[in-house]
Every structure is written in structure tokens, then in C-alpha cells.
Design a protein around this ligand. Sequence first.
Ligand code: DQA
Length: 144
Amino acid sequence: NRVEVLHGVNLDQLGRRDPAHYGSLTFEQLQYRIEEFGRELGLSLRFFQTNHEGEFVEHLHEIRDTADGIVLNPGAWTHYSYAIRDALELTELPAVEVHLSDVQAREAFRRHSVITDICVATVSGRGVDGYRDALNRLSEELQG
Ligand code: DQA
């Protein structure tokens, strides 16, 4: 199965962001780990990151026919971007939401996600391993 792993705004800055919330891996190291999880599960992964909301939306438009499922961490967009929500819904692909940090245990504005209800699962506060959980969950979903 073909899975798109999408990272939104500021995730390219991992390694410089608060390690108490996000761990100390750089974004490159994170992607490397996710790549390994994908290999273990026999999934073919493609990665995308942008700090531009419109680019994220357009990427979602494009993957509809080239992917079987989505793992996404939209960063702060999670909490307010109805544009990303609408574009995600338009893909009609199963998606799993991931957050490195425990968004329920931080500032109040992080407790709300505008995509949770259209995702098959949400993983939060498990750091890098959360991506393994997400890929596992998605792969179950894809096998029916
Ligand atoms: C995040 C949590 C968001 O609240 C935050 O804005 C991020 C990263 C996470 O992975 O924990 O940029 O999605």
C-alpha cells in the first residue's frame, strides 16, 4: 500500500523546537525513523512537508489518485484550518492524525482539532513511536 506522510507548518524546525514536547530528533532523523517503520510494515511511503497552507491543500488535491492512505501531522493548522480539513475530506482516503506531543495536556487551544472526526484514528503524545502506531492502524484499515 502507498501511504503519504504529510507534515505541516514548523515541523521542518524539529531539533530546534522544545525537546520537552517534541524530543530531540531533527526532521531528517524523524523521517528516517518513519521510513524504517514503513519498511517493517511493507508500506511504500512518500513524504511531504511545507510551511505554506495553500501548498498543503494543493498537495492533498493531487494525492487522491496516487495514494491509498494518509498519515498527517499538520502542526498548528490542526487546530484551526478548515481549508485543510475540507481538502483532506475531498481525498476520500483513510487518514490517521499524529502529534508528537500530548496535545491534550498543553495549552487549551491545542485540545481542539478540526480534523479528528474525519480521521480513522488520532495518535498523540507518543513521540516518534506515534508514527509507528499510526502506520499500523492505517495498514489495518487498508487491509479491511
Ligand atoms: C504538533 C502539536 C501542535 O499543537 C503544534 O502546533 C505543532 C506540533 C505535535 O506534533 O505535537 O506544531 O502537531
